[in-house]
Design a protein around this ligand. Structure first.
Ligand code: HQG
Length: 182
């Protein structure tokens, strides 16, 4: 896919809205919202150039629909992926029988012992298709795909959430619900 000049700005926005709002001199509220005007001036103050039109374009064209505006468009937040403890009002939902998690082969030994943990984020991220999982895994190295018995987990009482951009989230996955997808 062609890299656009907005790509690095988009990564920066995701860093701000998920992990480090302080780099743009802003704070997120308890639901993960940032004030759009403050975000824009904070980014400009940090040395990068952005205006409302560029931000609107980044949000509209983002491949994974990572961000949402509030109805009146004065606020913006990331839909998922946070490490800062915010409540983005995720909807609890019954998951499909099977979900997938992409990771790198070098993590597998540890996962076999500990199960899946959220690591730096608030939730373990799962997808409903294998292709997405492969792409997620590639970010960390040689990808492997784990098949997650989400239907059984749900039956056993574990909560699942579906983010506004279609990512399935859960707090952890124990080893007895994980199979290696071949
Ligand atoms: C691994 C991207 C060893 C886990 C993606 C993963 C996703 C363990 C890594 C979203 C482990 C954490 C999230 C254990 C988990 N031992 N390794 N017990 N438990 N891990 O980046 O799922 O482009 O925090 O397998 O598309 O890779 O940012 O999570 O490899 O949706 O929007 O620890 O981020 O979206 O890595 O990715 P991450 P993830 P964005």
């Amino acid at each position: 896919m062609k890299k656009t000049s907005n790509d690095s700005l988009s990564k920066f926005i995701s860093l701000i809205l998920r992990h480090h709002p302080e780099v743009a001199y802003i704070q997120l509220d308890e639901h993960g919202w940032a004030n759009v005007d403050q975000l824009l001036s904070g980014i400009n103050r940090s040395g990068k150039k952005i205006d409302r039109q560029i931000l609107e374009e980044i949000v509209r064209t983002d491949q994974k629909q990572r961000y949402s505006f509030s109805e009146d468009r004065t606020l913006i937040r990331a839909n998922q992926g946070h490490s800062v403890p915010v409540d983005v009002e995720l909807k609890e939902q019954k998951p499909p029988q099977i979900l997938y998690h992409g990771t790198a082969d070098r993590f597998y030994n540890s996962i076999k012992i500990e199960g899946l943990k959220p690591k730096g984020r608030l939730y373990v991220h799962l997808s409903k298709d294998i292709e997405t999982a492969i792409n997620v895994g590639k970010r960390h190295g040689k990808p492997i795909v784990l098949k997650i018995l989400s239907g059984n987990m749900y039956q056993d009482g574990q909560a699942f959430y579906l983010s506004a951009n279609g990512v399935w989230l859960t707090k952890k996955v124990d080893i007895n619900y994980i199979e290696l997808q071949t």
